[in-house]
Design a protein around this ligand. Structure first.
Ligand SMILES: [Zn+2]
Ligand SMILES: [Zn+2]
Length: 267
């Protein structure tokens, strides 16, 4: 499995790719290719071309959740550019989302995506190729990870948005599980626990993605404790992890700086 970062907040010095506060990963795994999220603009298309990654190879476009920094890039993609790809997401991913008056949800409805690209909206785990799973609905088991952002609007009713749609991918490597996540609004510890149960494997080797950790608070401390207790060998925090949070992780764990163009290869 080879994962290449097509979009992240960070870019590396002397490597001239585009960055934005958003996320998109290109995952090559045997005969299947998966795009996780599409960023906020068209830069995932430009960066893919610059990095020699062919979007036409994509078999699946998985959305980690409905926020527009993960879904809005789809607006810039035509079906002809991804002829094979079907969208896979949680059924709640396309529910309109707001923060105050600002719309922060998917640019398309489920019906529009189904018509344009094909859509498998499922809360169940789904195997996307050899040793690679989409997790679907993440059960919330840790109290310290419960939080909401803005509100969602369903059938004319507004409710606090706990991001029920937030999901992740997991690759079952020879070294243990490798978790691939977007923003981890469902909680990175919750994601790890569910990945273990879906894959029937207790060892977590590594994690890449956003953990939605910003403050030096109890939530961060409990998350770092969980990573240490699980002996996670490789951490690639990005997108929505503050410098303070990375610093706390680096005190006890092996942390790699993520940026556009980074490739992680694991057997
Ligand atoms: Zn988000
Ligand atoms: Zn995000």
């Amino acid at each position: 499995m080879k994962l290449t970062v097509l979009v992240d907040n960070n870019t590396y010095i002397d490597q001239y790719y585009f960055g934005e506060p958003a996320l998109c990963f290109y995952i090559e795994n045997g005969d299947k290719t998966v795009l996780l999220d599409t960023g906020y603009s068209d830069i995932f298309i430009k960066n893919a071309a610059a990095l020699g990654k062919n979007l036409a190879e994509a078999d699946y476009i998985v959305f980690s959740h409905g926020h527009d920094d993960h879904t809005k890039g789809l607006k810039y993609l035509e079906k002809a550019q991804v002829p094979k790809a079907e969208v896979v997401a949680h059924p709640e991913c396309f529910v309109p989302k707001y923060v105050g008056d600002l719309f922060v949800g998917s640019p398309y409805s489920k019906e529009q995506i189904a018509e344009k690209f094909g859509c498998n909206a499922t809360a169940q785990p789904l195997q996307l190729g050899e040793n690679l799973w989409y997790l679907g609905h993440i059960p919330r088991v840790f109290d310290h990870e419960i939080s909401s952002i803005g509100y969602k609007e369903k059938d004319g009713v507004r409710a606090d948005d706990y991001l029920d749609d937030d999901t992740a991918l997991v690759y079952k490597s020879k070294k243990g599980l490798f978790i691939i996540t977007g923003c981890s609004h469902s909680g990175i510890c919750n994601i790890c626990e569910y990945a273990k149960s879906v894959c029937g494997e207790q060892k977590i080797y590594g994690i890449i993605g956003g953990f939605h950790l910003f403050e030096d608070d109890e939530k961060l401390a409990k998350t770092v404790d969980y990573f240490v207790a699980n002996k996670i060998e490789k951490l690639y925090p990005c997108h929505c992890v503050s410098l303070k949070a990375k610093h706390r992780m680096m005190e006890k764990l092996d942390v790699t700086e993520v940026g556009v163009g980074l490739s992680v290869e694991i057997e």
